[in-house]
Design a protein around this ligand. Structure first.
Ligand code: ADP
Ligand code: MG
Length: 605
């Protein structure tokens, strides 16, 4: 089935001119149709791929489906080598995406032009109480929020989304929802429905749902943890290490393929989650750093060390925990702790890519992940097929696989890191000793999609043509520039039309009070000094506003050049203006301050 929508205004990253308008949609029969209800209107929605008249993929679904097919093909070669392919017709990747989000009272939301236009606050002084006490994280769910969550979940069940988990998150006003995992394509479509439903249901409870990665400075931002694994179509998880892991060579092959892929394509993986909004999160001591390392945990790290030495002889066990009170049960203990500072962590029977942004589609990072792992499986399968020949003995299979894994571990183990990903020492060690890429922000990261290495990878496996890859680079960079330009414009407007008038009204009040006191013959020297200091703060704000306006004047047509200018001139000018306004927030009379403060927005439940 085919549709023909207008594709003219859809971002194409230079693939087509605006007048070249024809586009096609193709039904994706692997993703269930659903009914979108709004009031009395019910719309039948059919997940589709979207391509231009020339056949290039404009969407995120087409490349994702291609990447899943490539991965299946390569993974099947591995199963064949181990003789475990019987009855298996394909391998799929699975995804369970945890979604973090904020809820704010809708009336307060409407009173903040920055939240309304940008989904984040561009101003706001730090409140006395933030998340220091962790009392929101470990507290109970507020009644209004719980009612909202339950209604959201009901709506999602009706859409066929298997939502399961709900809880408070670290920051005040922050929450999380997670589904049961599904095949990646369906999970990505369902993830879009999760975001849409979260937004749609909130107003019924007088709430606004915010999906931005960093709506508030000084407290944690939101991510979308991407739990990813490989499974046969019979449901066997290929990343399940099972009992005696050191003898589970097939698992070790899949694990080492991921290790190799993340090491070689760390920069592409990093770039797949780059955006203006996620820049606020990565490396900001609350979210994983922008260095793509892998956490394996004690048991697997021990096995990897054994593999590198040549012979893996043991699997560490977690044992049990005795709690010391006879009424409490003995707890089975996992073989290793968890690590929330790692961007890419093994969590028992899957990898959790924790650096994905809360507002982004899951499709793109999974396309990248699938393709790079497919390349790794291809490499391993090719090596083994060559060295094993036809019908090798089990002993030969065993020794050839162990030899190859030994080499892979030796070459790529630098990517494994089990320590504190937030620490400065690690950033230094990763960058200077291990020579791992550290692409701090989108301006550093997005050009990776223009590099030959990246285009070669996608082209080799026919996930994206060279032109399609290049177009993604342009689209993402353009979006980066536009998003920050909008924010900067909103800042200028708020500064000029809201903060400056309030600040001047307060200034007048102070000046008049001092003049009146003076007229009454009272000594007002210290107040006059305070007024002078205050006037200085107001001037600092007007100067910072002018500087930002000047920075916005510049224009380079090439989005990559423009982005550099945004990073070097616009963003610092935005920070300066924010500091100036936030300083005034602590001075201006509460009744004159024109917008709700963090204290109001974060704590009205
Ligand atoms: P946590 O917050 O402790 O990481 P959650 O329960 O919030 O755990 O999220 C874990 C996610 O991982 C869920 O969406 C779950 O369905 C998903 N998951 C579990 N097993 C797999 C798997 N084999 N492949 C992909 N995702 C998985
Ligand atoms: Mg979770």
């Amino acid at each position: 089935m085919q549709g023909e929508p207008d594709a003219s205004s859809f971002p194409s990253g230079g693939l087509r001119a605006t007048f070249e308008a024809r586009g096609y949609t193709a039904w994706d029969p692997t993703s269930p149709v659903f009914l979108n209800r709004s009031g009395d209107t019910v719309t039948l929605c059919i997940p589709t791929a979207f391509v231009s008249w020339t056949g290039v993929a404009l969407d995120k679904k087409t490349p994702l489906l291609r990447s899943m097919e490539v991965l299946s093909e390569q993974a099947m070669r591995i199963l064949k080598i181990f003789g475990t392919d019987k009855g298996v017709s394909r391998v799929v990747t699975t995804l369970g995406a945890e979604q973090e989000y904020f809820l704010v009272d809708r009336n307060l939301y409407f009173a903040r032009p920055d939240l309304l236009a940008c989904d984040r606050t561009l101003f706001g002084a730090k409140p006395a109480k933030g998340q220091q006490l962790e009392d929101h994280y470990f507290g109970s769910i507020p009644a209004r929020v719980l009612a909202y969550m339950a209604e959201t979940e009901r709506e999602l069940y009706r859409l066929g989304v298997p939502i399961k988990t709900r809880h408070n998150e670290v920051a005040p006003g922050q929450f999380e929802v997670a589904p049961i995992f599904e095949t990646t394509n369906v999970a990505c479509d369902h993830q879009m429905l999760v975001m849409e439903t979260l937004k749609k249901v909130a107003p019924r409870f007088g709430l606004q749902c915010i999906l931005h990665e960093k709506p508030f400075a000084g407290i944690n931002g939101s991510g979308k943890h991407n739990n990813w694994s490989l499974s046969t179509d019979l449901g066997q998880n290929l990343l399940d290490p099972k009992g005696e892991t050191h003898n589970n060579l097939q698992f070790l092959v899949f694990m080492c393929a991921v290790i190799r892929a993340v090491d070689i394509y760390a920069d592409v993986l990093r770039a797949s989650i780059a955006s203006a909004s996620n820049d606020h999160r990565l490396g900001a001591n609350e979210a994983p750093p922008a260095i793509m390392s892998i956490f394996l945990g004690d048991m697997l790290s021990d096995i990897v060390t054994q593999v590198e030495k040549g012979e893996a002889k043991r699997t560490l066990k977690g044992g049990t925990l005795v709690l010391g009170a006879s009424s409490l049960p003995e707890l089975p203990r996992d073989t290793g702790d968890r690590n929330r500072t790692s961007p890419f962590a093994f969590t028992g029977n899957k990898f959790e890519f924790r650096a994905v942004g809360s507002s982004q589609s899951s499709a793109w990072p999974n396309t990248v992940l699938n393709t790079m792992v497919a390349e790794s499986l291809d490499f391993i399968a090719t090596q083994l097929e060559k060295s094993l020949g036809k019908s090798p003995s089990p002993a030969k299979l065993n020794s050839e696989v162990r030899d190859l894994l030994k080499k892979i571990v030796k070459q790529h183990k630098r990517v494994i890191f089990n320590g504190d990903g937030y620490s400065k020492e690690w950033h230094h060690e990763a960058e200077f000793d291990r020579k791992m890429p550290h692409l701090r922000d989108s301006v550093d990261a997005l050009p990776v999609f223009k590099a030959k290495k990246t285009a070669d990878l996608f082209a080799k496996y026919k996930v994206l043509s060279r032109a399609e890859t290049e177009s993604r680079a342009v689209i993402f960079m353009e979006k980066y520039v536009k998003q920050i330009a909008i924010e900067a414009e909103v800042m200028v407007t708020m500064a000029r039309t809201q903060f400056l008038p309030s600040a001047l009204a307060h200034q007048t009040r102070l000046a008049e009070a001092i003049a009146a006191a003076e007229a009454a013959g009272v000594d007002v020297d210290s107040q006059r000094t305070a007024l002078e200091r205050y006037v200085g703060l107001v001037s600092a704000m007007t100067e910072a506003t002018a500087t930002l306006m000047a920075a916005l004047e510049h224009h380079a047509d090439d989005p990559f050049k423009h982005a550099k200018q945004v990073k070097e001139e616009v963003k610092p000018a935005m920070s300066a203006l924010r500091s100036a306004v936030d300083a005034l927030e602590g001075e201006v009379s509460d009744d004159l301050w024109p917008v709700p403060t963090y204290r109001d927005i974060l704590f009205v439940k």
